[in-house]
Each structure stands twice: as structure tokens, then as C-alpha cells.
Write a protein that binds this ligand. Structure first.
Ligand code: 3HC
Length: 286
């Protein structure tokens, strides 16, 4: 089946990033969120990224206009998903919310391939909320989406080969590198390693092993990573890690993470987490 119209559900950091790269690749994209303010924020993020690309000479002004003309924003689920060939869900990391969204989609669209950008919830379980588990697949992007090359394509127990192949081809068509995850395990390939690692670094802070800057500096020095674990935790969002901890068995429990979540210190998105982000990225001595 040819993919022309793509619906992206959720205009947050992941949804807006996905919408941007999909529109840049030439698809018509409909972005849907539940509130106008979320839509406006997502739209502004995309426009800011694209304007930067124009200023750097990476895209021309006519190209900018062409890309933005392919992006449509709405709070109306019907408008977003009707006639869509592919629906990519990027709503909060809560099983029940995601299931509810897919149930709604299935009432309004009978043909689309359904994809979830979940960080690690069971694709098989999510697919149960739909009328087409064989055409349901995980499509997991990484933050910041316009920069990160990898996309995990996750096969649920009932996902058929045509759907996996279509997802792989779609990911290639937007200039990303697909990796097929054959088994639907918590966290898939990357987050299965990454999230426990980040939460263990949070545990170091909680136990007073070292200060966040020291933990990050140690890992930056040792492994030449682009960000240490606590900066990355803040960057990814402490809410995402908290939800993972609540729903996946492989993530260590963390009181400090729960405290940060309850205090709405969610990292970069709220300007407070393990670091103060008001003046931009933390300066970690390397
Ligand atoms: N959106 C779009 N573009 C961005 C961006 C953003 N949020 N942040 C940075 N960029 C672009 C910059 O514009 C710049 O583009 P250019 O090459 O055209 O000039 C390029 O990325 C490099 O940015 P900077 O020079 O400002 O800074 P860095 O070189 O330090 O790179 C970074 C920033 C790409 C964020 C880098 O620090 C990095 O790779 N960090 C780790 C990110 C990571 O590991 N992500 C995965 C998280 S796990 C995940 O998402 C899974 C989820 O399920 C939990």
C-alpha cells in the first residue's frame, strides 16, 4: 500500500520531531493533539528548527514553504486520521492512554497501518486495543528526532511481514536507519539497556555516591558519550523514565525519580531536573 497521508498523534517533543522529518521527506502530515496550546508549541518547535536549517543554508526558503505547507495541525481526531495511510502515535507513555487513542483511531479509520512510538511498552498488548493487530507495529524514534538516525521497528506477536516491511521502507524513505526488533521485550533494544543505566545513575545521586556533574563527567570522560546519564535523563524527560519505572519490570525503583516527578521537575522541558536548564545545557567539566 502506498503511504501518502501520515497522521502523527501528539505534538510534544517526539510527535513534533516525527512530523517534521516526515514532512521533510515529502509526505502530507496531520498532527493532532488534545489542546490548541500543545499544537501551537509543537508547530513553533518545527518552524524554529526549519528556520534554523534555512539560516544554515541546509534548506532553501521555497523548500521551507513547501515543507510547512505539507504540515497540518488540528485538535480534531477525525480530521487527522480519516484517510491516513499510516498513523504514528506519540502520546504520553501510559498504556491506558495509548490504548484509548488507538480505539478512537480504529473507529475513524479502517485502513491505516498503526504504529506506536512507545519507548518500551508491549506492542502486542497495545495492538489488543485495535481491530488490526496484524497491521500494528512499533516505530520507536529517538530524541531529538531530526538529529538521531536510528528508528526501532518492533514486531508484536501478531504483526505480519507486510507491515514490518512497510514500516522498514517508510523509515528508510524519511532518511532514517531502521533496525527490526524481532521480539517485543520491555524497552526493545536500546531502552532495555539505556533506561536502567539512567536510573542507576539517579540511584547514585540518591545514595550520595557523587554529585550529578561528577557522575556525568566520569562517564563522559570514560566513554566519550555526547551526554552523561543525568544530563541525558533530564534531556529525555524524567516523566518518561518515571513512567518506564512504573510499567516495566527491568527498571530499578527510584524514590528520587518519583520525588522529581511529583515536584514536576521533569528535566529540560520544565527547566529543572538534575540540572537547572534556564540558561541552556549544563556545563559539565570534561
Ligand atoms: N532539535 C533539532 N535539532 C537539534 C536539536 C533539537 N532538539 N538539538 C540539537 N540539534 C541539532 C543542532 O541544530 C545541530 O545541527 P547542525 O549540525 O545542523 O548545526 C546539531 O543537532 C548538533 O547540535 P549542537 O551543536 O547544538 O550540540 P551537540 O553537538 O552537543 O548535539 C545533541 C546535541 C544531538 C542533542 C547531542 O548532545 C546528543 O546526541 N545527545 C544525546 C541524545 C540521545 O542520546 N538521544 C537518545 C535519547 S533516548 C530516546 O530518545 C529514547 C526515548 O524512548 C527515551
Amino acid at each position: 500500500m502506498e503511504i501518502k497521508k501520515v497522521a502523527v498523534l501528539g505534538a510534544g517533543a517526539m510527535g513534533s520531531g516525527i512530523a517534521q522529518v516526515v514532512a521533510q521527506a515529502g509526505y502530507e502530515v496531520w498532527v493532532r493533539d488534545i489542546k490548541e496550546e500543545f499544537i501551537q508549541k509543537g508547530k513553533q518547535t518545527i518552524e524554529k528548527n526549519l528556520r534554523k536549517a534555512v539560516n544554515k543554508g541546509k534548506i532553501s526558503l521555497p523548500k521551507y514553504k513547501e515543507i510547512t505547507s505539507r504540515l497540518h495541525f488540528t485538535t480534531d481526531m477525525k480530521e487527522a486520521v480519516e484517510d491516513a495511510d499510516l498513523v504514528i502515535e506519540a502520546v504520553p507513555e501510559v498504556m491506558d492512554i495509548k490504548k484509548q487513542v488507538f480505539q478512537e483511531v480504529c473507529q475513524l479509520n479502517k485502513k491505516a497501518i498503526l504504529a506506536s512510538n512507545t519507548s518500551g511498552l508491549s506492542i502486542t498488548e497495545l495492538a489488543k486495543a485495535t481491530d488490526r493487530p496484524e497491521r500494528f507495529v512499533g516505530m520507536h524514534f529517538f530524541n531529538p528526532v531530526p538529529v538521531m538516525a536510528l528508528v526501532e521497528v518492533i514486531r508484536g506477536e501478531q504483526t505480519n511481514d507486510d507491515t514490518v516491511n512497510a514500516a522498514v521502507e517508510f523509515v528508510k524513505s524519511i532518511g532514517k536507519i531502521p533496525v527490526v526488533v524481532k521480539k517485543d521485550v520491555e524497552g526493545f533494544i536500546v531502552n532495555r539497556c539505556l533506561v536502567p543505566y539512567l536510573v542507576l545513575a539517579i540511584d547514585d545521586v540518591e545514595k550520595g555516591v557523587a554529585e550529578p556533574e561528577e557522575i556525568d563527567a566520569a562517564l563522559l570522560y570514560e566513554y566519550k558519550m555526547p551526554m552523561g546519564p543525568l544530563e541525558l535523563a533530564d534531556f529525555v524527560g524524567l516523566d518518561i523514565l518515571y513512567f518506564a519505572g512504573q510499567q516495566w519490570s527491568i527498571v530499578p525503583k527510584s524514590k528520587l525519580l518519583e520525588e522529581k516527578f511529583n515536584n514536576k521537575e521533569l528535566g529540560m522541558k520544565t527547566a529543572r531536573g538534575f540540572y537547572d536548564w534556564r540558561a541552556g545545557r549544563p556545563k559539565i567539566p570534561k
